[in-house]
Design a protein around this ligand. Structure first.
Ligand code: DGP
Length: 120
């Protein structure tokens, strides 16, 4: 999918709209989801213009990929949910149910979560 520079997370990265930031480095930004599905619900996004996990894994550098996945673990530990466990999800494309077309990993924790995929 061609990257849409006007998507909401691109606007957050540009500082055009605010976010509740929890973590940032040269490659990654993480902030709280506006519609949390668990006591802790954080979105981790790369700073590069990648529309989804397919785009990212095809085009991103080894450094960007390593930094992104490392940040997911760092955020979970920072937020105190790693010991009890948590879930990471990245919805990719139409069938994946992705709504915002900038790659993001959801980190969900702070309670026991239900089945991984609800019955349709
Ligand atoms: P997905 O369906 O995987 O594309 O999830 C998109 C998530 O983004 C959804 O859980 C709600 C969240 N979201 C949408 N708009 C905003 C926003 O403006 N700010 C924040 N913090 N989260 C947003």
């Amino acid at each position: 999918m061609a990257y849409d520079p006007d998507n909401i997370f691109a606007k957050i990265l540009r500082g055009d709209i605010p976010c509740d930031k929890v973590y940032e480095n040269d490659h990654v930004l993480a902030f709280r989801d506006i519609n949390p599905q668990a006591p802790t619900h954080i979105l981790v996004i790369p700073k590069g213009a990648y529309s989804d996990a397919d785009d990212f894994t095809a085009r991103a550098s080894q450094e960007e990929i390593a930094a992104f996945f490392k940040a997911v673990g760092d955020v979970a530990r920072q937020e105190g949910i790693a010991d009890q466990g948590y879930r990471i999800i990245s919805n990719c494309g139409h069938n994946g149910g992705q709504e915002v077309p900038h790659l993001h990993i959801h980190i969900l924790g702070g309670r026991r979560l239900g089945r991984m995929v609800a019955a349709a």
